[in-house]
Design a protein around this ligand. Structure first.
Ligand SMILES: *[C@@H]1O[C@H](CO)[C@@H](O)[C@H](O)[C@H]1NC(C)=O
Ligand SMILES: *[C@@H]1O[C@H](CO)[C@@H](O)[C@H](O)[C@H]1NC(C)=O
Ligand SMILES: *[C@@H]1O[C@H](CO)[C@@H](O)[C@H](O)[C@H]1NC(C)=O
Ligand SMILES: *[C@@H]1O[C@H](CO)[C@@H](O)[C@H](O)[C@H]1NC(C)=O
Ligand SMILES: *[C@@H]1O[C@H](CO)[C@@H](O)[C@H](O)[C@H]1NC(C)=O
Ligand SMILES: *[C@@H]1O[C@H](CO)[C@@H](O)[C@H](O)[C@H]1NC(C)=O
Length: 581
């Protein structure tokens, strides 16, 4: 402590915490999502953004308000939410009361939060004008400040990063009775979390780019656009300085390890896959934010000594390897000539190794479901839409940088199919964003939205969710395209900060196209929704026939077996957010 930049940052936080932080002034009347019935209305205006894409984007940002923790600002627009968890972090002398609840429960988890914020910020550095043209820049700023300030507070003590608040206490209910005490977990120089140090640095560096008004390159000849009036160099400098501190810590602290190794108690929640991707991304974005060439060298060195480019594997909150080469390609355009090894064509070629396998459908450990959802073995088992939509975002982002126009088209077409699937072009005729359309999923696994308090009866009490969780993108269907829409099936029905993040990027991309964007798929969707009844066990049809003719003993035995399979399915989930369920 005592370092001038730290004091400055602390002061910024102190001022920021109370009043509205946003720089863009608050709209005279708050943007609110439209009722889902309007999801079939064909956009009619002849200028400005496509109104249905605007609805997708506006609701996505609204979701981050719904998930907001701590003191709610005066002009807060979600009228069913309350101020909560004011003492988060107090046991450790940090004020972690703000920020966001991670998903359907009340934990705060830094690792997926950094992925979420990075993804949103990147969209604003590429297609940023979309936020201004749709009058969403104020909400973008509010969301980002709430997240970035929380990261600044979480990293405000020297050599320490608080990266988790809460535990697995079984609680289902609203925001007034959240169980206390809430433990906080940290990694330190002595007990490091290489990935979380670096992923926080990435997010802060991206924030520094945004608030200093430096867009990312869109292609070899065009830069991205920025939302107007977000620039604040004081803020950008404090974010950038902290990014550097955290990145230095990530590279210096030994042993280098994933964070759940340092803090075994939270390994149940969001286990990280590796840390080399985080280190390279952190170095690349910090190089862009600071202009310090030595981070370029570090990024290339780390890239060369790890297995890049990847040929398969999902892009998700836990593993960002597929986006590492595309970020290096951006870096090569952003700081041309910074290092003799920083060759755009090399990283372009490397980027296309993964992307070409993706669009050709010959990537290892992947397939497409009968209904058209791209499936990554393992990663798609829980929140199946997430890796598919993240890949779609990578395609949209990279397409203008591709080595041939045929590849540009192929990447965009691939992305469009996954986006259409998520927005209703699927065997369930279901729109997987809540509140957008009469066919939207309506039972998101969300303690906040459901209004229920009975942990044993979360599916039926109350029968209908009390609040529509506008903007939430649910996990998604199973490998047979089936979506049951029941609250306790967290693999399918749980929205989270990170499941909404790719839709923010997608909707801002289409909003940015103005009137030339084609309507989102759901606008023309009139076929009735199909909501299959969830099978009560993992048994095959033949086994069920066996039960029918079987003796009572057989029935009991198979029922136990079926229950076991069902439990196992949940436990195999790639990530767990079960919180006592
Ligand atoms: C710039 O950001 C700082 C830090 O959050 C804040 O205190 C200040 O009010 C902002 N300036 C403007 C013009 O909004
Ligand atoms: C944390 O900050 C919030 C917002 O400024 C404040 O209301 C709360 O009392 C603080 N918590 C503690 C323990 O000081
Ligand atoms: C917010 O507080 C009100 C009472 O003022 C309560 O009725 C409501 O359920 C609370 N909201 C949530 C999400 O718990
Ligand atoms: C993109 O922006 C950078 C500064 O951030 C500038 O140096 C470069 O010339 C711009 N490129 C184009 C093609 O406008
Ligand atoms: C650039 O970064 C390196 C590595 O952190 C550091 O040693 C050096 O002082 C930085 N240079 C400048 C000009 O900030
Ligand atoms: C492109 O990358 C692949 C895979 O790493 C490599 O085999 C090939 O030589 C590269 N081509 C060029 C032109 O760099």
């Amino acid at each position: 402590m005592g370092h001038p930049t730290r004091i400055l940052a602390a002061l910024c936080l102190l001022f920021g915490a109370q009043s509205a932080l946003a720089q863009v002034s608050s709209p005279s009347s708050a943007w609110q999502p439209a009722p889902s019935a309007s999801g079939t209305v064909v956009p009619s205006s002849s200028s400005g953004p496509n109104s249905q894409w605007l609805e997708v984007l506006g609701s996505n940002l609204y979701y981050y308000d719904e998930q907001r923790a701590g003191v709610l600002p005066d002009d807060f627009r979600v009228d069913w939410r309350n101020t909560s968890v004011l003492t988060d972090g107090a046991v450790a002398n940090v004020n972690l009361s703000a920020g966001f609840f991670d998903a359907g429960n009340f934990i705060k988890a830094l690792f997926p939060l950094t992925y979420t914020l990075s993804s949103i910020i990147e969209s604003a550095l590429l297609w940023g004008e979309a936020y201004s043209s749709s009058s969403q820049a104020y909400y973008l700023d509010e969301t980002l400040r709430n997240g970035l300030d929380w990261l600044m507070e979480a990293s405000s003590q020297t050599d320490t990063l608080y990266m988790f608040v809460g535990d697995q206490t079984a609680y289902w209910g609203g925001d007034l009775n959240i169980p206390q005490p809430r433990p906080v977990y940290s990694v330190t120089r002595e007990n490091p979390g290489t990935d979380v140090f670096a992923s926080t640095a990435t997010t802060l560096a991206l924030g520094a780019l945004l608030y200093s008004g430096k867009a990312l390159p869109l292609s070899q000849s065009v830069n991205g656009t920025l939302p107007s009036s977000l620039r604040n160099t004081t803020y950008a400098d404090s974010l950038s300085n902290r990014a550097v501190q955290l990145l230095e810590l990530a590279f210096a602290a030994t042993p280098m390890q994933v964070y759940q190794k340092a803090v075994d108690d939270i390994a149940w929640a969001y286990p990280s896959t590796d840390y080399d991707d985080e280190l390279i991304l952190g170095a690349a974005y910090t190089a862009m934010a600071t202009g310090n060439i030595s981070w370029v060298t570090t990024a290339i060195d780390t890239y060369s000594t790890n297995a890049y480019p990847p040929t398969f594997g999902a892009l998700n909150w836990d593993s960002k390897r597929p986006m590492v080469p595309t970020t290096m390609a951006q870096l090569a355009l952003f700081l041309p000539g910074a290092d003799s090894r920083l060759s755009f064509t090399k990283f372009q070629n490397d980027s296309e190794v993964w992307l070409d396998a993706l669009v050709a459908g010959n990537m290892k450990d992947t397939h497409t479901t009968p209904g058209g959802l791209f499936w990554f073995k393992g990663n798609s088992a829980s929140a199946s839409l997430n890796p598919a939509l993240n890949a779609a975002v990578l395609c949209l982002k990279y397409a203008p940088m591709a080595s041939t126009s045929a590849k540009t088209d192929a990447y965009r077409q691939w992305a469009q199919k996954q986006i259409d699937y998520a927005l209703g072009k699927n065997p369930m005729n279901t729109v997987y964003q809540v509140g957008l359309h009469p066919n939207s999923a309506f039972n998101p696994h969300s303690a906040l939205a459901s209004g229920g308090t009975d942990l044993a009866r979360i599916n039926t009490s109350p029968p209908q969710e009390l609040h529509v969780l506008y903007g939430a993108v649910v996990g998604g269907p199973d490998e047979d395209d089936k979506y049951y829409d029941v609250r306790d099936d967290y693999d399918q029905s749980e929205p989270a900060l990170d499941t909404v993040a790719p839709m923010v990027a997608i909707s801002s991309y289409f909003v940015g196209q103005g009137q030339s964007a084609s309507n989102p798929f759901f606008v023309g969707l009139t076929a009735p929704r199909i909501i299959p009844k969830r099978p009560s066990s993992g048994l095959s049809g033949g086994a069920i026939a066996g039960i029918v003719i079987g003796v009572l003993l057989g029935v009991a035995l198979l029922a136990v077996l079926g229950w076991f399979c069902w439990r196992k399915r949940g436990r195999n989930a790639y990530r767990r957010r079960k919180m006592g369920l």
